[in-house]
Ligand binder design. Structure first.
Ligand code: SAH
Length: 257
């Protein structure tokens, strides 16, 4: 990759980061669903260590931290998100046990078998579901848990338009039974799988973007990357409104054998 390309790439990353920093969550979800998933995890205490991979600015991490006494590390590739994450941890006075670090989910900076819980909402797609659950398992203690959300089909068949859109965006999207089987095959007991309700996408993810988009477009009126980013987000939201009975995010929870 030439320097020129690298700079363009970095510039795009920074723009995307800037856009998503305007909203509290960078993916669909809700505190209620984070807590519902947490209710399946039964091994946590003051000594526990949790990692939230692809944590973004830490919307769900702060919920996790406030409802456990564990040490929590958020990991994300974007320095801008981690900066905001650490501010958010300080704002709720949990900076002594909640820390954001810059890093990649395909090269985790943890010891093998050191974590009690691996969390990841709306981010495992970056590495792929099967690869993520398989590789991350190495870092869990025996009896530790993994809890991740991933885009999933709710039905065996669906209209071509939405099928094509998702297969291009994320070819690993699949039905719930397929993903549960992948969790089992990777060496976990599939403890739970549940669908996130519609408001996790509409009220909590797409609605806050409307105001953010106006702000962002005012700031970058002639920037092609910015215009494309907004057009993509709007198209995704519009498709979700039309086809949300066919797909959504599912929380998958597994316990390492
Ligand atoms: N968990 C957050 C953010 C989800 S968006 C939420 O639900 O709000 C996906 C996140 O994954 C982004 O913050 C992005 O920066 C991060 N990400 C993308 N590739 C990554 C990688 N290789 N390693 C770590 N984080 C990554």
């Amino acid at each position: 990759m030439s320097n020129e390309h690298q700079n363009i790439h970095e510039f795009d990353f920074n723009l995307i980061c800037e856009y998503f920093s305007l909203i509290e969550r960078q993916g669909p979800g809700s505190p209620e669903m984070t807590l519902k998933a947490l209710s399946f995890i039964d091994n946590l205490n003051d000594e526990s260590v949790i990692a939230d991979l692809g944590c973004g600015t830490g919307g769900q991490t702060m919920t996790l931290a406030q409802h456990t006494t564990a040490k929590v590390t958020g990991l994300d590739l974007f320095p801008g998100f981690i900066e905001q994450f650490n501010k958010n941890a300080a704002n709720i006075n949990l900076q002594h046990r909640v820390k954001g670090v810059i890093g990649s989910m395909d090269q985790l900076p943890f010891e093998r078998e050191s974590l009690d819980l691996i969390w990841s909402e709306g981010a495992i797609y970056n590495i792929g579901f099967e690869r993520g659950v398989t590789e991350w398992r190495e870092y869990l203690k025996k009896g530790g848990y993994i809890a991740v959300t991933d885009a999933s089909w709710f039905t065996d068949e669906r209209p071509a338009e939405i099928n094509d859109f998702w297969n291009e965006a994320y070819p690993e999207i699949d039905t719930i039974p397929v993903k549960v089987a992948q969790i089992q095959k990777a060496g976990y007991i599939p403890v739970a799988a549940f669908c996130l309700p519609e408001n996790c996408w509409t009220t909590n993810f797409y609605a806050p973007q409307v105001a953010a988009q106006e702000l962002f477009l005012k700031k970058h009126p002639d920037n092609i990357t910015a215009l494309e980013l907004i057009a993509n987000e709007r198209r995704e939201a519009e498709l979700y409104n039309r086809y949300n009975q066919y797909y959504g995010y599912v929380f998958y929870i597994g316990k390492k054998l």
